[in-house]
Each structure stands twice: as structure tokens, then as C-alpha cells.
Design a protein around this ligand. Structure first.
Ligand SMILES: Nc1ncnc2c1ncn2[C@@H]1O[C@H](COP(=O)(O)OP(=O)(O)OP(=O)(O)O)[C@@H](O)[C@H]1O
Ligand SMILES: [Mg+2]
Length: 304
């Protein structure tokens, strides 16, 4: 759905996005993570035809950025950091305006659908200027969706929302995902990224890494099994370390963290060996590093 090649943007000579080459597949939720000032919003603004790249190319659904911007705009929806809504107009009037701008068929019904979905139907006649931040955010989301775009750019959609509103929006994103739309999601909320994203790209001007959350975990930390025993003795540690497929063993009290390449096949052998060495096995589980660990490791390594 999105293919970029060495997409670059400078502001007054300073690199905001540096030769970004990335592929976003149709129907996936692609998370875009990176520190403040990493170039996430700049990337989104380029891809949604709001600003021009300094160099590099991009194709959106086969359309070429810079040449086919009209077509690209028609299939993209964008939620930006600053939703440009008309303060004096009601929520409904705002959305009707954008619906007409996009030549939406049956604009009234479409506006009603999204106001209802986002729980704003009762407030439809009130000026957006009187809305809270979260309510505005929801109007902005409705605006991004009003023309049923196949590709949606969401730039921090849940920033500044209360936990319940954030959950509404997250559930809503999951629904959109179910509809096979492609979603490009910038967020600082790593739990959100973990929950929603099929793949994640980490950027800091240039792209640092891109993979599924599990893929990122594995390439950084490998795979590890944790076993909790009634008691860990030196004989048990020796028995485990002696297994040819065990790369590394770390003891922490009565727990062992064991690095191995293929836990599905190797855990049964591991447990057998533990029992044979006299261990009383209480728990066996997979060590799952948080996305926060993954993210911080990537960004810190890059900084060095
Ligand atoms: N219109 C502009 N004029 C000058 N510099 C800009 C402009 N827009 C962005 N920049 C610069 O480009 C860099 C990337 O900014 P960008 O907004 O893309 O970061 P971001 O990853 O979205 O950060 P955040 O997480 O804070 O939203 C920053 O150094 C920023 O100062
Ligand atoms: Mg931003």
C-alpha cells in the first residue's frame, strides 16, 4: 500500500527524515515509533501530500507521490497533531463541510454514522470550540474517516485522551483493522503499539528497525525460557548448561533463564533433563521482553 524509497525531508538544511525506505502492506496496522523530533509527523505529512519531500520517492497504492497527489488524497485519511476544525461550527457542520469537500455520497448519513460510532451524536449541534480535547479528537477522527479512506494516517490518536476515551479510540482502530483498511499509526504509547500493530518501524531520522513486535524481540534478545524450581543446585545448573542447544543460563534465586533457539522443540528436552538432575519444576514460561525494553534498547543503541 505504501512503498517509499529513500524518502528525505530537510527543513532549512536540517534532516528531519533521512532516506526512509519502507514498505507498508495492504490491510496492516503499521506502528511508527521514535523519540520526539524523530521525523514521524514529517513522514506522515509527506505521505499524505501535505508537504513535499526534499528527495526520494513514494508510491501509495501504486500512485506516485508528487505526480498523483489528487488520487492519493482521495484514498488517504489523516488525523494530525493539530486537527484543523472550525471552532464556531457544530460538530455536524464541520463534518458535513469535509464530507462535501470530498464529494462523499450521502453526506448526512455518513456524518451521522461516525458521530454515533464515536458517541458524539448527542453533541452534534454544539460548536466544536466548546468541546474538550478528547471530544475534538473524536471529531477529528470522524473527519479523517468521512470519505472511507483505504489508508489512514493516525498521528498520536490517543495522546491527551482519558483512559476510557483512549480505549474507545483503540477499540475503534481495531474495528477499522477488521475492515481491512491500512493504518499507519504514530504513537508514543508502547502498549497501544503492542496491541494494535502487525509490524513496527522505529525511526530516528533514519529507520532503525522494522519487524513484527515478536520479531524485534527475538532479533534483539533471542528466545529465552524461564523455569522456576523448588531449589536450584549447582548440579542442576551444570546439567542444563551441558545441553548442546543451550546458549546461556542465568540464575536468579530459584529461577533459571535459559537462552535457546527453538523453545517449542527444546523445552521438553530441557524439562526432562531438569527432572533427571533432581529438579522440582514449578513453572516453565517464555521470557517476553516488553516492547518498552525493545524500543529503549533500539533507540539507545542508535544514539551510541
Ligand atoms: N515546519 C517545520 N519547520 C522547521 N522544522 C520542522 C518543521 N516541521 C518539523 N520540523 C523539524 O523536523 C524534525 C522532525 O519533526 P517531527 O514533527 O516530524 O517529529 P516527530 O517524530 O513527529 O516528533 P513528536 O514525537 O514530538 O511528535 C524536528 O527536528 C522538527 O523540529
Ligand atoms: Mg509528531
Amino acid at each position: 500500500m505504501i512503498e517509499t524509497h529513500e524518502l528525505t525531508r530537510r527543513f532549512n538544511g536540517n534532516l528531519a527524515v533521512d532516506r526512509l525506505t519502507v514498505d507498508v502492506r495492504e490491510g496492516e496496522v503499521f506502528g511508527f515509533l521514535g523519540p520526539n523530533g524523530a521525523g514521524k509527523t514529517t513522514t506522515v505529512r509527506m505521505l499524505a501530500c501535505l508537504i513535499r519531500p526534499t528527495s526520494g520517492t513514494a508510491r501509495i497504492n501504486g500512485y506516485e507521490l508528487g505526480r498523483d497527489n489528487q488520487q492519493i488524497r482521495r484514498i488517504c485519511g489523516i488525523l494530525t497533531e493539530t486537527p484543523g476544525l472550525y471552532e464556531k461550527l457544530s460538530a455536524q457542520a464541520n463534518l458535513l463541510y469535509f464530507a462535501q469537500l470530498y464529494d462523499v455520497e450521502n453526506p448526512e448519513a455518513q456524518v451521522r454514522k461516525y458521530l454515533q460510532m464515536l458517541g458524539l451524536w448527542d453533541k452534534r449541534d454544539e460548536p466544536v470550540g466548546t468541546f474538550s480535547k478528547g471530544m475534538r479528537q473524536k471529531v477529528a477522527i470522524a473527519r479523517a474517516l468521512i470519505h472511507e479512506p483505504r489508508l489512514l494516517f493516525l498521528d498520536e490518536p490517543t495522546a491527551a485522551l482519558d483512559p476510557e476515551s483512549a480505549k474507545t479510540v483503540r477499540d475503534f482502530i481495531e474495528e477499522l483493522k477488521g475492515e481491512k483498511r491500512t493504518i499507519f499509526l504514530c504513537t508514543h504509547n508502547l502498549d497501544e503499539a503492542e496491541r494494535l500493530c502487525d509490524r513496527i518501524g522505529v525511526i530516528r531520522q533514519r529507520l532503525i528497525a522494522v519487524d513484527t513486535p515478536d520479531g524485534l524481540r527475538r532479533s534483539l534478545f533471542g528466545r529465552q525460557t524461564e523455569v522456576q524450581l523448588a531449589e536450584v543446585t549447582p548440579a542442576i545448573v551444570d546439567a542444563v548448561s551441558g545441553l548442546e542447544f543451550v546458549a546461556h543460563v542465568k540464575q536468579d534465586g530459584n529461577r533459571l533463564r535459559i537462552s535457546l533457539a527453538d523453545p517449542d522443540a527444546q523445552n521438553p528436552v530441557l524439562v526432562e533433563q531438569l527432572v533427571r538432575a533432581g529438579a522440582k519444576v514449578q513453572y516453565v514460561s517464555e521470557v517476553k521482553h516488553s516492547l518498552e525494553d525493545v524500543y529503549l534498547t533500539l533507540v539507545r543503541e542508535e544514539a551510541r
